[in-house]
Ligand binder design. Sequence first.
Ligand code: CS2
Length: 491
Amino acid sequence: MKLTNQALADLPTGVQGPQYDHTARDIGIVHLGIGAFHRCHMAVYTDDVMAQKSGDWRILGVSLRSQTISDQLNPQDGLYSVVIKDSSSSTTRVIGSVAGVLFAPQNPQAVIQAIAKPSTQVVSLTVTEKGYCHDPATGELNQSHPDIQHDLADLAHPVSAIGYLAAGLQARRDADAGAITILSCDNLPANGQTVEKIVTKFAGLVDVNLVEWIGQNVSFPSSMVDRIVPAMEAADKLAFAQRTGLDDAAVLQTEPFTQWVIEDSFAGERPSWERAGATMVSDVAPYEDAKLRMLNGSHSALAYLGYLAGFNYVHQVMAEPVFRQYVDDFMRQEAATSLHLPTGMDIDAYRRELQDRYDNSALQHRTYQIAMDGSQKVPQRLLGTLRYHLANEGPISATCIAIAAWLRYLKGEDERGQPYEVQDPMADRFTAIFDEVTGDPSALVDALLQVQAVFGQDLIINARFTQELTYWFTQILENGVSETLSLYSTQ
Ligand code: CS2
């Protein structure tokens, strides 16, 4: 049975449909980058709110690059199933909050007009770190980014999320459609301020008056988002269809855990997400830093070390004692101690909970998936921790091992000599460095640290850091990850 509005009356046992008449609700949110994460996170919170309360908060999804999602969701009336799994149980629900999906390249004006529509109160984003077209080390707009260059020249047909936001806000101003909130839900520090800075900078380059209008009419709250959502594979979809008899091209799977901390500064209306478990605060920064350094930092460490050593999934890496101990040390001794914690947060309990989440073998979360786009992730996941301890003479070995593993991963060949594609917007630059630099490992480290968009200017001149990093990079290169972690554990 194909999943559509009609099928809801007759869902298989064990699959729960929306608990409200979703077809009677209108759109109040435009979401840029409607991938798996958004559909297991904000769309679920919004679905929960609408089940409890009236309000027109359905989401119009926008896909900026891939037509797959619109092709999957539109024939299903926007409906999709979410399977929530841990090692012992699994529950399935159908989400009704997504009204449909626009494939942006097919009709850019439709996206711009949707942002300009008075009933749209929130434009949210999950476009991943690289979607901000910024310099990861500084958070500033990268004006030479090809997508930004394109959008500066032709804002009627944008290609970047930043271009769409600027064009949409311009149209909204011209239509006198009132205040609006831009809500970033990506794993970036101060994501609200970051997108504000980037959009405002871009706006100033195309339409000076727009900058003033944005200042008066648009708010950019920050938010911390958390839920592990592995990419769905064909085999998983097939297994779902066989188990339930439901034909759902857009089914997703995720973990039970979910968290959303939102800065409560909205320019217009918003759904009461707190009713669905979101936490509204005045300052998200302590939550965001804790999540980025503890979860995402350890995730990236596990991904690079684990992938190089031949592990496909996070739970497999966690099952190896020497890796598990390393991750525990990384979090306990270096990430946790670098933080200014949110009031009342029990960081030890948080660490243990993260380890339990990584152990979830039902998720099948690929190390290769997390390893993607390191140049955009490493600064906020690892370098903040590093800089803190360099300034305070704290421990840096575990963080240096994680950075060394990333640099080694950029070689594009694992420890068994198997080549793989390094998926990263800066991959060409890294490949050229590995091709051109010969000599001892320190020459490679030196060349890689010169990539200022990642490392800034301060780290390459810090002798404590360069020596420690070179030491661990050489160990990993010459002796492999497992031996390196064993060596680390004896220190
Ligand atoms: C992961 C994140 O792929 C990655 O880089 O670290 O997507 C992670 O699963 C989420 O941030 C969890 O909230």
